[in-house]
Design a protein. Sequence first.
Length: 371
Amino acid sequence: MIGIGLVLLLTSMVSAEFWACFSRGDRINYCNPVIPDRTCGSSICKYCMRSFDESNSCYSSGNWMVCNAVGEECGSVIDNGGGTTIDGEPPVLTINYPIEGEVYNSRRILLDFDLDEEADVYYLDNINGRGRWTRVCSDCMDYERSRSFKEGFNDLTFKAIDPIGNTAYTDISFTIDSRKPKIRKTLPRKGFADGNFEVQFSEENPVSLVLNYGNYITGYREQVLDIDHDCYMDRKRYYCDTNVALNDYDGQEIGYWFELEDIAGTKDESKSRDLEVDTTFPVLNNEDSFYEIDGRYVYFTFNITEKNFDEAEYIDWTDSRPRYRRLCSRLRDGICTKRRSFRNGHHTLDIQVVDEAGNSIAKRIEFDIDY
C-alpha cells in the first residue's frame, strides 16, 4: 500500500516521465515485480516514474535522463478517493511565545510554536546572525522548550520548510534586559539637607527614577525625575540631580532614598540616609554696624543668629588675587570678633555668613585705608 507521497503530476496511467517524491515512512510500490518495493527513509525521497496504476497503487519506473530533462520539482500526493492533487501550500507556523514586542528579564526564555504539518524549523537573527540560519527542530509539528537569546533588542525571522520544500516565514521581535539596574552613589551622604539631591546609577534601559524623602512627623513624599532632562550619561553611568522644597521639614530629621526601575520591571533601591534639615538663613543682627576702622586695621564684630553656624568670611576684590578668607568659625553667645589689617587705598569687600546646611547671606562694604 502506498502512503501519502509527493508527486509533480499524477493521473491514472500517466505515460510521460515525471518525478515522484515521498516523505519519511512512505511505501513505494512498483508494478514490475522484478523491482523491489521501497520505503522512504529520509525527510524527502525523489524517484523518476513513467506511470502510476491507480487501481493497483503501483508505479512503473521511468527514464532518469528524461526526468532530469524535465527539470520540474514535485508536489505532494493526497489521495482524495478520486485521484490525486498537488500540495503547493507552505506550512502554517504559529508562534505562541515569545510575544511580539514583549520585554523579558532573562536571556533564557520559552520558545513555543505550532505547525499544521511536519516541517523543519530554523530562525535567523537579523541583527547579529550574519546571515546564518539556526536549526530549531526537524520534522516537528510543535515545539516548547527554553532557549537562550541575546541581550537587548532581538529581531528574528523563523522559517518552516515542509518535506517538499514549501517554505513559510514569520517575523517576531522582543527585548531582553537581564542585567539588573544598580544605584552606585547618592548625595548628600551625611550632615544637612538643603533640598538638593544627587544620584549615580548604571542601567542600559532605565524607565523610572524616583526620590523618596520625609519622616513620620510631616509625612513622606516622592519626586519623579525626568531621566532625559535631569540626568546625563558619562562612560555608561548616569549622573542625576534634583531639588525639592524642605521648608516644612525645617529643624527636623528626614530620611531619603532613590528607587530605579528598568524596562523589564527590575528595580534597585539605594540605602536610606538620615539628614538634618536646615532651610533657615543666618541672620546678621548688626548688619549696619559690624565693622570699625582704626588706622590700617578693620575690627569686625558679628552678632549672628544661627544654630548651625559654619563660618563668616570675606573676599577683597582689590587684591591682586582675590580669594575668600575666613574671619571666624565659631560663635560665643552669637558673637564673633576679628581684626584684619589692610594696605592703603580703597577696598571693596563681600562679607558672607554661611551655615552648615549651605544657607548663606552676603553683605558688601567699601572703605578707604589711609595711614
